[in-house]
Write a protein that binds this ligand. Structure first.
Ligand code: ARG
Ligand code: GLU
Length: 716
């Protein structure tokens, strides 16, 4: 027995690969620093995170909605990805000044462009508040009681600490709510665009190369944080001055080689590393395939129309990119899970876990029951999740359906208004009513999307589970989804520029008529059906699963003693470390861990549209003027791969060497390794990094904005 347990422990330990883990910075001193040092790290834990002294954490920020940025000068200059700055750059662009297409470089601080609604947030300190959040939670609470008590404790403590500290705060659950941490934050609201390369460089390779290696895009853009005279956050004002940061990263020109220590400091969004085999089965065999299939159909339809002319291409380009991004991610994820036998690995782990705890019969029974409960809950949750995916990725993937459904609230407010009750009709109507002509909507493209989505819906969702009204229409049209679609698209006012313009002339007066519009009737019936019959049940099961995961997580941490458990990513500050590393995508193929500008030109010569670059880049390439940015062989490197465990949200994160100097900016992962959100595998999961030397070369030689380098600390 004893022997067996020893063997088991080694198996369980082996599951924790050296490079796996997204660690909380305030716990590095206790948990990871010796490991990091063994791997080559040269600094102290306090230089990574400290609340008393300046440390690296003061140079890492949440950029906009969900990216990371790093401070690279004493004057508040920050670096992030091009795809993270994208919406701000697009917002500043017009047909006459198209900064996406042409790039933009401020040649002095006066030319830096304020970005409306863009914020940058630093973390001042992190505190364990577990006992405060969980103190009055009784053990007899139901899942719902517990959840609402926790939520209310979180809100109260956030409010209290905000007053106490004079800073914003937020609290997040870790390890499925076994622990809670408070984040004290400072958010800057005056952030200005300093420079961006043209899309042909920043997004070189487009969808073709997205999630792929080898990679050749310089996915970066630069901004500057402005503050009031007191160096505190302030609303935009011409009087504001560049923010003086607590920490700014020195930039290394020495480069990085295979095997060198690398570390990523940023804000990873979401991972699910502690799921059971039942959950992985659902993701791999149902959720990912369904979502991929539905997105593939929509993308194919958009693609055909986008190729017809520029108007349609521009109309759908941004949305296409958004849909394509996770389409490709999920397809890589399910392929990777299958290829690495993830379900069997989890099953084996679960068996070993039960054996491990079996010395204590009470534990054995408890956790065996927990695992069978998981099985049962997933059996019930699976079919609901499928119905829900066919709604969100299918029916709601029809733009006309979504546009019409949005009017439900408008009609509801109008009803109140008619009844003389207090109402928000005017506001809702203004928010919901689209501008005519529709901006990013083409009726004929959408007609095709609708037919395709109705088709797959009918094929995959059995009659008894369909919204009744939709099903009755399908019966009326004898299952002919084309005829049904034509009926909707030929008669609805909500999706036709001319008819919509007329409708908005007398909307309130003739509202009763418009409430019987065929597209509106169908859309609102569908949404009501899901709101009533599916969404509450989905929520119910998700809450149950969360509670069970909480138990399971606790059990793992208590019983698997020699594994260090890191909490799943949840949009909070994390450190991950590894090396610059190559990988083998499949038998007989080995990838180099870095790319050079030679490869960019090689791709460009294929003539593929995604590999277009402006002539200026090719001219500079011919001159081979790489200055001090070339490696020791005279090659100008663009990107490299590392074994750092990252996910969405890590985009723009600083990638640092053993001395905490910036060597690159994180921007993607390899397609084969996208399963790392569920099961990290150190042998082939890689993060993709833009080599900072290429960033500097573009700024200096391509953009002629070399003056910016003067404010950076370059380590030669
Ligand atoms: N795959 C990267 C990420 O997840 C880059 C996305 C940029 N978007 C795109 N469709 N190319 O964010
Ligand atoms: N491109 C991703 C982002 O926007 C990073 C890639 C990943 O998911 O690791 O955060």
């Amino acid at each position: 027995m004893k022997n067996k347990i020893i063997i088991l422990l080694t198996v369980l330990t082996l599951a924790a690969k050296a490079d796996e883990g997204m660690w909380m910075p305030q716990l590095i001193a206790a948990l990871n620093i010796s490991d990091m040092k063994k791997n080559g790290f040269k600094l102290t834990a306090e230089q990574i995170y400290s609340i008393n002294k300046a440390s690296m954490k003061d140079g890492v920020a949440i950029f906009g909605g969900g990216c990371t940025a790093e401070v690279i000068s004493e004057k508040g200059l920050i670096l992030t990805n091009h795809h993270c700055g994208y919406s701000s750059i697009a917002g500043l662009s017009s047909v006459a000044n198209d900064y996406l297409k042409n790039g933009y470089w401020a040649m002095s601080s006066k030319e830096e462009l304020y970005c409306k609604d863009l914020t940058v947030t630093f973390i001042k300190r992190i505190e364990d508040v577990t006992s405060k959040i969980l103190e009055n939670i009784k053990s007899g609470y139901s899942e719902i009681q517990r959840d609402s008590a926790v939520q209310s404790n979180v809100r109260l403590l956030e409010k209290k600490t905000k007053e106490e500290y004079g800073y914003d705060t937020f609290i997040r659950g870790f390890y499925y709510g076994n622990e809670y941490y408070l984040f004290v934050t400072e958010t800057f609201r005056d952030v200005r665009l300093v420079g961006t390369p043209p899309e042909s460089i920043g997004k070189f390779g487009g969808e073709t190369d997205n999630w792929m290696w080898p990679r050749h895009n310089a996915d970066f853009s630069m901004f500057r944080i402005y503050a009031g005279k007191d160096n505190k956050p302030a609303d935009y004002s011409a009087e504001n001055i560049p923010y003086k940061p607590i920490h700014s990263f020195p930039i290394s020109l020495k480069g990085v080689e295979k095997g060198d220590f690398t570390m990523v400091y940023g804000f990873p969004g979401r991972t699910q590393e502690y799921l059971t085999s039942y959950a992985v089965d659902l993701i791999q065999n149902q959720q990912d395939p369904v979502r991929v299939e539905l997105r593939e159909k929509r993308l194919a339809i958009m693609d055909v129309d986008m190729k017809k002319n520029d108007t349609l291409r521009l109309m759908y380009a941004n949305r296409y990119a958004g849909i394509a991004n996770y389409y490709k991610k999920w397809s890589g994820e399910m392929t990777g899970l299958k290829k690495s036998n993830a379900i069997q690995t989890k099953q084996q782990f679960e068996k070993q876990f039960i054996t491990l705890v079996s010395a204590d019969p009470a534990k054995k029974e408890k956790y065996s029951n927990l695992l069978s409960q998981f099985k049962k809950v997933y059996e019930e949750y699976g079919p609901l999740s499928k119905q829900y995916d066919y709604f969100t990725e299918g029916l709601m993937g029809i733009d006309g359906m979504r546009m019409a459904a949005g009017f439900q609230l408008v009609f509801a407010e109008l009803k109140k208004k008619r009844e003389g009750k207090e109402n928000k009709f005017d506001q809702r109507y203004k928010e919901t009513r689209p501008i005519i002509p529709f901006k990013n909507f083409n009726k004929e493209t959408d007609r095709k999307l609708c037919m395709a989505m109705l088709d797959v819906f009918v094929k995959n969702i059995e009659k008894s589970l369909r919204p009744v009204y939709l099903d009755s229409l399908i019966t009326v049209y004898n299952g002919d989804t084309k005829a049904l679609t034509d009926f909707l698209y030929n008669n609805s006012s909500f999706i036709d520029n001319t008819k919509a313009a007329l409708m908005y002339n007398d909307f309130e007066k003739n509202a009763q008529l418009y409430e019987r519009d065929p597209m509106y009737m169908l859309a609102s019936a569908i949404v009501k059906h899901y709101q009533k019959a599916v969404i509450p049940q989905v929520n119910y099961y998700e809450l149950q699963i969360a509670e069970m995961q909480k138990e399971y997580m606790k059990a793992l941490r208590e019983n698997v003693k020699d594994k260090k458990f890191y909490p799943d990513a949840n949009g909070t500050l994390r450190v991950t470390f590894g090396k610059m590393a190559d990988y083998k995508p499949r038998d007989g193929v080995e990838y180099s861990p870095y790319t050079t500008i030679d490869g960019l030109v090689e791709k460009n010569r294929t003539g593929l549209e995604d590999y277009y670059v402006k002539p200026r880049l090719l001219e500079l390439y011919e001159k081979k003027d790489f200055g001090s940015y070339a490696d020791k062989n005279g090659k100008l490197r663009i990107a490299f791969t590392g074994s750092n465990h990252t996910t969405g949200g890590n985009s723009g994160s600083p990638v640092l060497n053993a001395k905490g100097e910036l060597i690159g900016t994180n921007f993607d992962r390899n397609w084969e390794g996208t399963m790392s959100d569920i099961m990290y595998n150190g042998s082939f999961c890689r993060n993709i990094v833009l080599d900072v030397r290429f960033t500097l070369w573009v700024i200096d030689k391509y953009a002629g904005a070399g003056y910016l380098l003067n404010e950076m600390k370059l380590v030669k």
